[in-house]
Design a protein around this ligand. Sequence first.
Ligand SMILES: Cc1ncc(COP(=O)(O)O)c(C=O)c1O
Length: 359
Amino acid sequence: MSRSVPEDSGTGAMSDRQWAGMFLGDESYAGSKSYYQLSQAVEEIFGFQYTIPVHQGRGAEQILFPLLVELAKEKGASEPVFLSNHHFDTTKAHIEMAGAKAKNFICASALKTEIVDDWKGNFDLNELSNEIKCNQKNIAAIIITITCNSVGGQPVSMENIRSAARIARDSGIPVIIDAARFAENAYFIKQRDSEFFHETISNIVKLIFSEADIFTMSAKKDGMVNIGGLCCFRNNESLFRQAQLRCVPMEGFVTYGGLAGRDMAAMAIGLQEALNEDHLRSRIAQVEYLGHKLQQAGVPIQTPEGTLVLFFVFFTLFVRIKVLAGDVGTFPILLCLELHWGILNCNKSDLNYHLLRLN
Ligand SMILES: Cc1ncc(COP(=O)(O)O)c(C=O)c1O
């Protein structure tokens, strides 16, 4: 038997309602009814007026970031930079391909895997505001990644989201949410922050997104579709229109963005169903279960377990099983896992770099 660990993206089963919705997908090239169904779901769930469907998360990144870089330059930026708790790797790539820089401001506890901290996805707010004070004219946007994939699917607290957004707003800097795991982040807020114990997931999601101007989403995670993504704007119609212009040559016409009508129908339903608390509890409990088993077996991981991903601390493992790491990094252990146990893995190089350094 083989097991593929990097299986959090587009590989899940869709619900009966999503499959039923697919049969009603409208495949019109322009003006598909399924697009309007999706737009309406986005408005209801997130409070955003303007929706562009895209083929997946990186589709949103490729139409959005070059625009924001241009805008920052028009406002006087000579070296545009994006600030995030932690950029996902394709996000960083698109920012750099657009000629800008991507800087991470993750809190210190995120890199100390043995420390238990409820909010390892948080920004280091002091560092963030210092950067904005010193380099304000160059900041193109801040990006709040929820949950923060690159440090192990770790959640960002409501307080941290609000503070980071306020710091940006006070300096006229746009706030973007990278929203792949929006519902899971909301679930953690409900579980871990007493202010939200009695709040619905749906209201917590609305509160989170009320802090942002734009969001991008890989809908292959919490959107529960096998393919699909979103690039949405709260009320900036002019930016939305410019992004639509880029969508046409890159993703497809603005009412399908590289998706079939049936994909958009499934996404509209998936986004609603993602808010179901029982569903979220069962998904996150699976990660916790696996995490506990690994810890019982003495395997060091990022703690506490986050959403969807479990990060192993490879350096410690290397020492334990006496594999000589040298310059070859984590690769040999990935191969061992695959060859001996059929476990296909992936290497999150940024985080590994930090962990290797810290250990
Ligand atoms: C936080 C985050 N942003 C963006 C992406 C890119 O999305 P996609 O793989 O759908 O292109 C991912 C994918 O894992 C992600 O986790």
